[in-house]
Design a protein around this ligand. Structure first.
Ligand SMILES: Nc1nc2c(ncn2[C@@H]2O[C@H](COP(=O)(O)OP(=O)(O)OP(=O)(O)O)[C@@H](O)[C@H]2O)c(=O)[nH]1
Ligand SMILES: [Mg+2]
Length: 471
């Protein structure tokens, strides 16, 4: 244990040193993490951000672009040769080609390097020529950050928590029946362990597919990649037992520990601890539409995700972060094009409130944070429509299911976010006297003028917050 920890530290020390040397003498690198729960909008965000950094006509809020100091932007081979490359071209073609459609869900972590040639500003402007700044963008699932909490849990703690959360979900009944029927003290029978893991994973998959925001770890079960079927992913929560050697329970415990050591720690070590900037994308509108339970689940998931940015909270993480840490975190409510702009301020306030408790407690050890409502790819236009003598602020777009054009009024978000968060915390079953609709729009067919990226809402401000100070 101690040896691994020491090795962690040494490895990081060397990395940081290497990083600093190359930053001083060569070309600065900004490592930007893009995360969020499933379907939060990560792929669309990265695709549109890159397209809008390559063609900066719609980026007036990015100061270096506005000042005309970005001379060139180009994609380069990424530095990590073993990570999958973010498939920018395919995703862009899906979003902006003929018959535009949303990209497929992502199965794994990926990376992309965009390099910008930037003229310096201010006093240095006349003295220095342009320099190249590399932006390494890393797309990874927010569910993996929730795994951090596992490092401080025993298998039994985790199983107890998972089983009690599953008990609140009717769809989890088949798994619960199976788990209760299993004898924790029986000698390990591999097919039994496999059947339990399969059924538990099937529940997690269904929950994710049905838009539940209740994220029960382990996060890697949802995106197993090349670990699928391996023992580190072949465990599941089962009730207490004596824990005798060779029993099912004991083997579940062993695999849980292996998951922490072989899956969770390497992710934090190899990827997370190297980030400089982070954007956490949040489908707040989707959660509000799902009802009070959705909002409360989302708030809890956010608290878990944000825990990863509080180095003091976790001994393993504090060691990894030593000497270097994420110094800016943006919380962005995505898909704001579902709302008329008159409601964007309210969405931002909800986003702030959702992350408030976690932010207040920690202040992220000096990291600067901001909350925004954005749309990485704007799929709607705005219009006012008369309804029973009242003017309603609507958005209009092409419906995802049948391609028809439709105008849509999603309901009025409350001015005070507590009107949503308080009933959510109290376990209300439905919103009282309010109805928040959600309509799914397809990306609009685009005719882009030369020099313009795809249309968005506040993507330029997001970029300014995340990287503007380093350009
Ligand atoms: N209207 C609108 N919808 C969006 C926007 N961004 C994302 N969406 C919707 O959200 C869905 C998920 O977006 P993705 O970018 O694939 O989300 P993701 O976080 O990469 O999802 P996974 O890879 O499955 O975890 C899309 O299919 C769209 O329906 C946006 O800017 N505007
Ligand atoms: Mg994705």
């Amino acid at each position: 244990m101690i040896i691994t920890d020491l090795a962690d530290e040494v490895a990081r020390g060397v990395d940081t040193l290497g990083g600093r040397i190359s930053e001083t003498f060569f070309e600065p690198v900004i490592r930007l993490g893009v995360t969020g729960l499933a379907r939060a909008g990560k792929t669309v965000f990265i695709t549109s951000l890159v397209a809008n950094l390559l063609d900066r006509g719609r980026m007036p809020g990015l100061v270096a672009a506005q000042e005309g100091r970005i001379e060139a932007a180009f994609l380069q081979p990424q530095p990590h040769v073993t990570l999958p490359r973010f498939d920018y071209e395919t995703h862009l073609a899906a979003l902006t080609g003929p018959g535009p459609h949303w990209p497929d869900g992502t199965r794994t972590i990926s990376e992309l390097r965009l390099s910008l040639r930037v003229r310096p500003s201010g006093l240095l402007a006349g003295l220095q020529g342009p320099r190249t700044v590399h932006l390494d963008i890393v797309d990874y699932p927010g569910e993996w950050l929730l795994d951090l909490a596992l490092l401080e849990m025993s298998y039994r703690d985790w199983a107890e928590d998972a089983l009690s959360r599953l008990a609140r979900r009717p769809e989890a009944q088949p798994y619960l029946d199976q788990a209760r029927a299993a004898d924790p003290d029986a000698a390990l029978d591999e097919p039994v362990a496999q059947a339990l893991a399969r059924s538990f994973t099937a529940y997690l998959d269904t929950a994710r597919g049905s838009g539940s925001y209740d994220c029960i770890p382990p996060g890697r079960f949802l995106l197993p990649g090349d670990l699928a079927g391996s023992p580190v992913l072949t465990f599941a929560p089962i009730p207490e037992g004596a824990g005798r050697r060779g029993s099912l329970l004991r083997e579940m415990e062993r695999r849980f520990e292996a998951y922490k050591a072989k899956v969770v720690k390497p992710f934090f070590h190899d990827h997370f601890a190297r980030l400089d900037r982070q954007v956490v994308l949040v489908d707040a509108l989707g959660a509000i539409h799902a009802g009070p339970q959705g909002v409360e689940d989302l708030r809890r998931a956010m608290e878990g995700i944000l825990g990863a940015f509080r180095p003091g909270r976790n001994a393993f993480l504090s060691r990894l972060w030593r000497g270097k840490r994420v110094d800016r975190i943006l919380f962005a409510a995505t898909k704001a094009d579902h709302l008329h702009h008159s409601q964007h301020g309210r969405l931002t306030a909800i986003m702030e409130a959702l992350t408030r408790s976690a932010r207040d407690r920690a202040q992220f050890a000096g990291a600067e944070t901001a909350a925004m409502a954005i749309a990485a790819l704007r799929a709607t236009t705005e219009e006012m429509r008369d309804h029973d003598g009242r003017e309603l602020p609507c958005v209009r777009g092409r419906l995802l299911e049948d391609g028809r054009q439709a105008a849509f009024y999603p309901g009025e978000l409350p001015e005070d976010p507590a009107r949503l968060l308080a009933p959510a915390r109290q376990g209300a079953r439905a919103w009282l006297g309010a109805d928040y609709g959600l309509m799914r729009f397809a990306p609009a067919p685009l005719v882009l003028h030369p020099g313009d990226g795809p249309p968005h809402i506040r993507l330029d401000r997001a970029a300014q917050f995340l990287i503007g100070d380093r350009l």
